[in-house]
Write a protein that binds this ligand. Sequence first.
Ligand SMILES: O=C(O)CCC(=O)C(=O)O
Ligand SMILES: [Fe+2]
Length: 201
Amino acid sequence: NTKFWPDQPATFRSALDRYSGAVKDVSDSLLATMAKNLGLKREAIADKCIRGMQKVRINYYPPCAQAEKVVGLSPHSDANLLTLVLQVNHVQGLQIKRNGSWLPVKPVSGAFVVNIGDMFEVLTNGRYRSIEHRAVVHPKEERLSIAAFQFPNIDTMIGPLKEMTGHEDDAYKTLDLESFMKIFFATKLEGKNFLEQMKLN
Ligand SMILES: O=C(O)CCC(=O)C(=O)O
Ligand SMILES: [Fe+2]
């Protein structure tokens, strides 16, 4: 709903609206392809997003003379299914956690970074892992990114998909989306500690 966004410049809301719709289409087709690759029906995950929610955040990181002493965005994984991040300018800042260390993700003009969120990890019973990431700042240059977070419909149950588990045990709890998000917001944003609470055993 763009009414919560600034109405200036005059084209802002309509541009954002178009962007959001286009990103949702990309996300739906990615979800369909990923489901197919997992041996599921194309619709298995995408169908959960027909009336799905999308949140968009535009991140602005001003330059910071003491850049090495601060982080722009603390380490976390996104709670939702899939996030499409556009690194708007050429300033590098996004980092992912790989084998215990931070790996920079170079901005590629016009390309999305697709981050797996916690809900995708839960639905696939851990086949896909949500990615821990953070953003650092630059001593001289500002940085901008636009993150579009894709969520399923509000009435969706978030738990390992039956078709995914087969004979194996569920590795995560099953909760309705609202309860899932309540726990997420009550948890300190710190690495993947929210998902830890969703694990069984
Ligand atoms: O600024 C970035 O590249 C990352 C943004 C992000 O991870 C987020 O908004 O959740
Ligand atoms: Fe994020």
